[in-house]
Design a protein around this ligand. Structure first.
Ligand code: HEM
Length: 219
């Protein structure tokens, strides 16, 4: 670790691992309900466990992306993160929002759209966290060295955050509903996560092999 602010990534990693554990426990329980359909049917129905399983997945993945960005951007940009406090604030908002969503699901409050079930206040929380992240990371990158890795990563993360806005649009027309749903769910998975992953993997390849940037066309 070359820069002190990279340590923020550790907190993101721990939070992501906690959610991963929740996801797997939820998955095992949901799988068990296939075997024994009446398990917890009153207390914790299958649809609620399924929501917790898939939502935990989405949030740990996002925390992984954010944490990875906070780790690799200082090294790529050759400077500390613009604000470590903002990075922790963002994490707190995301963790509180996630726990809030889980509690809401447990008492039966949810939006009912697959993967976008979060109550409105949680959706707002995610938006605020995304804005904090974009400001923090963009100011770091713009003030430092710019590389292909930071350019691709920033493009992916900006697009990812902007597409989240479509999660707020929920028209009564089912076709339109599905279209806006698709803008978030599929354009995330098939349009932006690849950019984020490509830059993280490029960074890893540079670090693990020690190969020159030029060889990987990354300059
Ligand atoms: C012990 C591990 C796991 C178990 C037992 C498990 C079990 C399940 C079950 C029972 C469902 C609900 C299927 C249904 O609706 O009929 C489900 C859905 C899902 N799981 Fe898991 N899961 C596990 C791990 C994972 C992991 C590691 C991921 C991804 C990183 C994942 C991603 C998903 C997704 C995306 C869905 C929703 C699929 C859909 O919408 O069709 N699961 N899982």
């Amino acid at each position: 670790m070359k820069y002190a602010s990279q340590k923020v990534a550790y907190a993101y990693f721990i939070a992501a691992m906690g959610l991963f554990a929740i996801q797997v426990l939820g998955g095992l329980l949901a799988g068990w309900i296939y075997v024994s359909p009446n398990t917890l049917s009153e207390l914790l129905p299958f649809n609620i466990i399924r929501m917790i399983h898939t939502n935990a997945l989405i949030v740990w993945l996002l925390l992984g992306f954010f944490g990875a960005a906070y780790y690799l951007i200082p090294e790529e940009s050759e400077r500390e993160i613009y604000s470590v406090k903002l990075a922790y604030l963002q994490l707190i908002i995301l963790v509180v929002g996630t726990l809030g969503a889980v509690v809401s699901y447990l008492v039966g409050i949810h939006g009912g759209r697959e993967f976008l079930e979060q109550p409105l206040w949680v959706k707002f929380g995610i938006l605020v966290a995304a804005v904090i992240f974009l400001v923090n990371i963009s100011l770091t990158v713009l003030a430092g060295r710019r590389t292909a890795i930071t350019n691709v990563l920033l493009t992916g993360l900006w697009m990812l955050s902007l597409l989240w806005i479509f999660a707020f649009i929920n028209p009564s027309n089912l076709s339109l509903d599905k279209m806006y749903w698709w803008f978030v769910v599929h354009l995330w998975v098939e349009g932006t996560w690849e950019l984020v992953m490509a830059s993280i993997l490029a960074f890893l390849m540079l670090k693990l092999t020690g190969v020159d940037r030029e060889v990987m066309c990354l300059r």
